[in-house]
Design a protein around this ligand. Structure first.
Ligand SMILES: Nc1nc2c(c(=O)[nH]1)N[C@H]1C(S)=C(S)[C@@H](COP(=O)(O)OP(=O)(O)OC[C@H]3O[C@@H](n4cnc5c(=O)[nH]c(N)nc54)[C@H](O)[C@@H]3O)O[C@H]1N2
Ligand SMILES: Nc1nc2c(c(=O)[nH]1)N[C@H]1C(S)=C(S)[C@@H](COP(=O)(O)OP(=O)(O)OC[C@H]3O[C@@H](n4cnc5c(=O)[nH]c(N)nc54)[C@H](O)[C@@H]3O)O[C@H]1N2
Ligand code: SF4
Ligand SMILES: [Mo]
Length: 643
């Protein structure tokens, strides 16, 4: 039995016990530590099947045109790759080469250290903003960094607010801990635009209009201030700009708040009273709520609530910057900068226009997961663009690449895995041999570095254990090597890294950035007549596009309210065309009683009936805080027939 950490982009970062027989993985079981709690998610349950699936990339493969690939050897593959890269750098400039990488594997070697060559060369990179950027930035403005409570602290809470997050699907281990709060007589209040799986199991559900959450938060704040519930001592000591904030609240009347949010003042009062009577509580701020226009301001408005009631960092968002890990040393960004950084939302258009002549992609499936997915596919097919994909499986992106290189799964390679939620770090030693001729991301990066930058090889490519030491320091690495895992000490919750060292309700940094100094949320996403807001979120069987080889294509379902379905003459099972100025897609309708009028829901990256990804429809705009606006997408719908 081997104990390893799951490196998928997932809140939980579980400990997995892997059983191997005759060099093959036969069973994957959950560890019984305080975070994994002996619970196995469906993805880990399907892991062994996915590792040995026929969809694995096993050898270097060269596209010979018309979608055919021929097997070549590694020497040939590296020669082609390096000569194409050199050509582009020499004749077009280094910024015409782009490195696309995201979250397929969050291991220190697989993801972070493999960036070193690309930072060194200075090729274009994205801003990695698709997932959680706006909320991260918002929390940094108020608190100096985004870390909040750690999962072991959930046991001390009397209430949890789940705000724009769906942990019953997206973080089942965290959710188990939150459910324990309910079992102990505490409260779970879910704020969502639909009756999500999480909402169904909560003690309270507050339904808001899409993107109006900032108004709801300011409504709660107003109630707390007006009823003198705020903790004056705490505020005097730790908060900067409280008086300005109170004045600012005058701009938001309860009448307007009710109208904008669809939540009555009585419900707002009940919500606020629960918070007052259930201290300590924490607000789990989701990523779904901030992936929209005004998303940063929404998170900023929500994040002041715990401080009003005297709680240090009474929220959870992403805890990476609360842990002692030096990622910028590991990935080289502390030494080298890319010549150009492009927004992840907009990169599709640039690829379509042929702005990049050489594209290197690993741990990422942009042809399926980014906005403008169809433009990315077309761009990759251009003759003047050379695309290299390093993946474990034949992803949508691999299928349209020029050169596809085989990568080992996390069971097949050395790595260190940390979490963005809890504080356990795992040392993953390979439990089986790499399948086929697969080569790890870091090893491959070193092979390319050896050929393209031989005189700097020693600086770019370090011994893997040196990389781990740079991340954690000697002492922690020693413990990690001894035990196979280590617990990191989180930063204190009463420390604020803002310019004033306080919780900045009024942010001078925001002012300098051209943002409002006080939380100024949008009224929400309003659709015109016959238009809908399209929301997408996680599905329990998949991690983004992974596991289709185990569970089949991500269901191409379009959930619609009964009222809208009746108006459009749509029944469950009907085929509907969903369209906007970007594209169209055919999906299968499902009448969903948890949805309200004007709002549609679909699983993330759903595979549409006409063979596309729902991402072809997504809004490619950028929020004023830099993040994506996927959940602000507007579409129209018409019935086209029965399935
Ligand atoms: N419609 C819609 N689209 C979305 C979102 C949404 O809410 N709705 N959410 C967005 C969010 S939050 C995110 S985080 C992104 C995720 O976007 P991606 O990171 O592109 O997501 P994945 O589909 O997981 O793709 C990762 C790829 O990495 C590969 N991979 C897995 N392990 C390894 C490995 O060890 N080595 C290598 N080389 N490859 C590996 C997988 O096979 C897969 O092809 O999607 C975004 N897209
Ligand atoms: N099973 C599974 N788990 C995953 C992933 C996966 O692909 N599969 N992906 C992982 C990744 S990369 C991420 S980013 C996380 C994301 O996990 P979460 O933070 O849970 O975010 P989402 O799943 O995008 O959406 C959560 C909820 O936000 C709601 N929502 C959307 N817009 C609004 C709004 O305006 N207001 C309010 N109040 N609610 C709104 C949606 O209805 C949805 O129920 O999940 C991680 N966990
Ligand atoms: S995918 Fe998430 S829930 Fe499943 S084993 Fe990995 S970390 Fe745990
Ligand atoms: Mo994400």
């Amino acid at each position: 039995m081997f104990l390893i950490g799951c490196p998928r982009d997932c809140y939980d970062t579980c400990g997995l016990r892997v059983y191997v027989d005759g060099g093959r993985i036969v069973k994957v079981l959950p560890n019984d530590d305080i975070y994994t709690q002996s619970i196995l998610c469906p993805r880990a349950a399907g892991d062994a099947k996915r590792v040995y699936s026929s969809n694995r990339v096993l050898y270097p493969m060269l596209n010979t045109g018309n979608g055919f690939f021929k097997r070549i050897n590694w020497d040939e593959a590296l020669d082609i790759l390096v000569s194409k890269l050199k050509d582009v750098i020499d004749s077009h400039g280094v910024e015409k080469a782009i490195f696309l990488e995201y979250a397929g594997n969050r291991g220190l070697l697989s993801r972070y250290a493999s960036r070193r060559l690309w930072y060194f060369l200075g090729v274009t990179q994205t801003d990695r903003s698709i997932c959680a950027s706006s909320g991260q930035q918002a929390l940094e403005l108020i608190y100096g960094s985004a870390y909040g409570i750690f999962p072991n602290e959930i046991d001390n809470l009397n209430a949890v607010v789940v705000w724009g997050s769906n942990p019953a699907v997206s973080a089942i281990h965290l959710w188990r801990k939150i459910l324990n709060v309910r079992s102990r007589g505490g409260k779970i209040i879910t704020v969502d635009i639909r009756l999500s799986e999480t909402a169904k199991q909560s003690t309270h559900f507050i339904r808001v209009r899409p993107g109006s959450d900032g108004y709801l938060a300011l409504g709660v704040a107003k109630y707390l201030v007006e009823h003198n519930y705020v903790d004056r001592d705490f505020i005097n000591r730790y908060v900067y700009g409280f008086e300005e904030f109170v004045k600012h609240l005058e701009n938001y009347s309860m009448d307007i708040i009710e109208k904008v949010t669809g939540v009555s003042r009585e419900e707002i009062a009940r919500f606020a009273e629960i918070l007052v009577s259930c201290k300590p509580f924490a607000i789990f701020i989701g990523y779904g709520v901030q992936r929209r226009y005004g998303g940063g301001e929404i998170v900023r408005s929500i994040a002041v609530i715990p401080a009003l009631l005297g709680i240090h960092r009474g929220f959870y968002y992403s805890n990476t910057d609360g842990l002692p890990i030096n990622l910028s040393l590991v990935d080289g960004s502390s030494m080298w900068r890319p010549r150009k950084v492009v927004s992840m939302e907009r990169v599709g258009k640039e690829i379509f226009n042929g702005n990049y002549k050489f594209v290197y992609i690993n741990v990422h499936n942009p042809a399926a997961t980014l906005p403008n997915a169809s433009k990315i596919v077309e761009g990759f097919k251009r003759d003047d663009v050379f695309v290299v994909v390093h993946d474990t499986h034949w992803s949508d992106t691999a299928k349209v690449a020029d050169l596809v290189l085989p990568a080992p799964t996390f069971f097949e390679k050395l790595d260190v895995v940390f979490s963005y939620s809890h504080n356990i770090v795992y040392l993953n030693k390979p439990v089986i041999e790499p399948l086929g001729e697969s080569l790890g991301e870091y090893q491959l990066m070193c092979e390319i570095a050896k050929r393209i930058a031989p005189s700097f090889y020693q600086e770019i490519c370090l011994d893997p254990y040196k990389v781990f030491e740079m991340a954690f320091g000697e002492e922690i690495l020693r413990k990690l090597m001894e035990n196979g895992f280590v617990e990191l000490k989180p930063k204190p919750r009463d420390e604020y890294q803002t310019p004033t060292k306080r919780i900045e309700f009024y942010s001078t940094t925001a002012e300098k950035m051209g943002l409002p100094p006080l939380p100024t949320p949008p009224k929400g996403d309003f659709a015109e007549d016959e238009e809908f807001i399209l929301i997408s979120s996680a599905h329990i069987l998949y991690t983004h596009t992974q596991f289709e080889e185990v569970y089949g294509p991500i269901p191409g379902e379009l959930h619609i309210s009964l009222e809208d379905a009746e108006k459009l003459g749509i029944k469950t099972g009907d085929l509907v065309e969903v369209y906007n100025e970007k594209n169209s897609a055919v999906l299968k309708a499902v009448i969903d009683h948890g949805l309200s009028k004007g709002v549609l829901w679909t699983p993330r990256q759903a595979k549409t009936v006409d063979g596309k990804r729902v991402n072809v429809l997504l809004d490619d705009g950028v929020d004023s805080f830099g993040g994506s606006v996927l959940n602000s997408t507007k579409v129209k719908v018409r019935r086209i027939g029965t399935s």
